[in-house]
Design a protein around this ligand. Sequence first.
Ligand SMILES: CCCCCCCCCCCCCCCCCC(=O)SCCNC(=O)CCNC(=O)[C@H](O)C(C)(C)COP(=O)(O)OP(=O)(O)OC[C@H]1O[C@@H](n2cnc3c(N)ncnc32)[C@H](O)[C@@H]1OP(=O)(O)O
Ligand SMILES: NC(=O)C1=CN([C@@H]2O[C@H](COP(=O)(O)OP(=O)(O)OC[C@H]3O[C@@H](n4cnc5c(N)ncnc54)[C@H](OP(=O)(O)O)[C@@H]3O)[C@@H](O)[C@H]2O)C=CC1
Length: 539
Amino acid sequence: MKACSSVVIPPLGKFPLQCVCAAVMASVSEFYAGKCVLITGATGFMGKVLVEKLLRSCPEVKALYLLIRTKQGQSSQQRIHTMLQSKLFDRLREENPDFHKRIIPVSSELTQPGLALSDEDVQTLTQSVHIIFHCAATIRFDEPLKHALQLNVIATQQLLCLAQQMQQLHAFIHISTAYANCNRRHIDEVIYPPPVEPGKLIHSLEWMDDAIVHDLTPRLIGDWPNTYTYTKALAECVVQQESGKLNIGIIRPSIVGASWQEPFPGWIDNFNGPSGVFIAAGKGILRTMRASNDAVADLIPVDVVINLTLAAGWYTAVHRPKSAMVYNCTTGGINPFHWGEIEHHVMLTFKRNPLEQAFRRPNANITSNYLIYQYWILVSHKFPALLYDLFLRLSGQKPQMMRIFNRLHKAIGLLEYFSSQDWEWNSDNMNMLMNQLSTEDRKVFNFDVRQLNWPEYIESYCIGTKKYVLNEDMADIPAARQHLRKLRNIRYTFNTVLLVFIWRVFIARSQMARNIWYFVVSLCFKFLSYFRASSTLTK
Ligand SMILES: CCCCCCCCCCCCCCCCCC(=O)SCCNC(=O)CCNC(=O)[C@H](O)C(C)(C)COP(=O)(O)OP(=O)(O)OC[C@H]1O[C@@H](n2cnc3c(N)ncnc32)[C@H](O)[C@@H]1OP(=O)(O)O
Ligand SMILES: NC(=O)C1=CN([C@@H]2O[C@H](COP(=O)(O)OP(=O)(O)OC[C@H]3O[C@@H](n4cnc5c(N)ncnc54)[C@H](OP(=O)(O)O)[C@@H]3O)[C@@H](O)[C@H]2O)C=CC1
């Protein structure tokens, strides 16, 4: 892939100074008034929240150009239409029914040369865009290296190339991840040297077939846990290398979770990261996971990340820092919460507000001990799955539980790297940005995580997974509780039958077991007689 292959680069259009001075005075929402914003990844989890917040809190924004690919036979227009039906946009719909008029879908496949933009679209974008938010990425941990490189690195390079041609561009905001440098324990707000020169890697992988790349991947990614974090580290480096005279901001969120406050608490729409784990635990499928009770769970609510992103867009455009500003958007150093505490509150919430049709009663325990983990995997995952599949087979149905557990084990295996260790992120730039905001902006674009009450947040997160990911009705909670009671009775019955069965087997085979059995029975008998006698005396 050649950088800037499909486009001729005209002289850079920099932000005129008089606009800068005017903008210095402006609040964040005033700054976005009359601006055209380009967003990639708008159909994703964070992109949707960004679109919603921008339209709701900056109602004077001129236009949002959303770069969207066609997918499953749906054009970018149709995809926007479907996206805007989401509950996420209910509040905005109520406040401003015409909000959709500011959205302009642009058909774009980011993995194609020139981002597969039409000449007409390139012209429109280069003439009108003021701010770019680059959110699109593949966030799969098991993505083949070539594809992760194509989307996370080469597409970023191409977008920067397009940005260079934009005549009125004020800021380019790149969404990275706090784990881009997870091979380090302490992470500052700087761009670290890449593990390999991105250009060289891109050129070398170009000629290799997929099988060779697959074999080489572990050697290439070295001490990064997966292709996702590795390519995000390379992308940061590309942003730095190709930034030219652009004003760049890089946002590094940690583990992005459901919304805290906006547009309403608990909004979430996917199974990524902790959400899938919470759901699997709530359904009683996941009973154990490798995680350290005492490790900091660096979750960050999606609305916090988006508020910081919009504020960083404003700051970058107005203050035009000389080099790319990096914002570690994390909670651990400011308001820490641990995986052990998360486990406790997730279980508490799902016992009070059970998910429908649970497989077993929710009861998950995390452990950092490998042997204990393997024991629970066998006893609490594989054994019940085998039994259930046997039951399905006997009742003429297709067995499925073992398959579900195999997928679950793959997923939690990929996540355990992040739940078993601690990182320390410096978040000075996040604090600096907060201090730059006016009192009003600090409320409208709140990213002060010191105010986050973790137990309340985890509760609304779990309820959010129930309502918005699984589309379950809160009115059906009594039926879900009834189902849990049924499961508890089945468990008691099963345990009793199992105990009696095992005991019978022992009694039949061992004189010692028989002696113990008679001893226990006579003890119980004496105990009961004593109680009967003492209760007769007190009458
Ligand atoms: C109890 C307390 C526990 C406390 C401890 C909790 C510890 C949590 C630790 C979390 C650590 C998270 C660390 C993240 C750090 C990096 C953050 C980022 O930068 S970036 C962000 C981080 N990035 C990530 O998190 C990405 C990680 N995920 C992946 O890489 C892949 O999903 C995969 C490899 C895990 C599975 O691949 P594969 O097997 O191919 O499966 P597909 O994906 O293709 O899904 C197929 C279908 O299944 C559906 N479905 C999925 N899950 C569930 C579920 N649990 N149930 C039901 N359904 C589920 C799914 O919707 C889909 O449906 P459809 O669309 O077909 O209708
Ligand atoms: N979620 C998290 O926990 C964290 C995320 N991040 C970063 O935040 C950003 C957004 O993540 P998130 O919203 O969770 O991710 P999602 O997977 O939800 O969204 C990814 C977006 O990228 C788009 N996209 C993917 N491939 C292409 C392509 N070939 N052409 C055009 N668009 C494409 C998707 O579009 P489509 O709908 O067409 O697939 C989607 O809109 C990413 O950069 C990620 O690295 C950082 C830290 C944590």
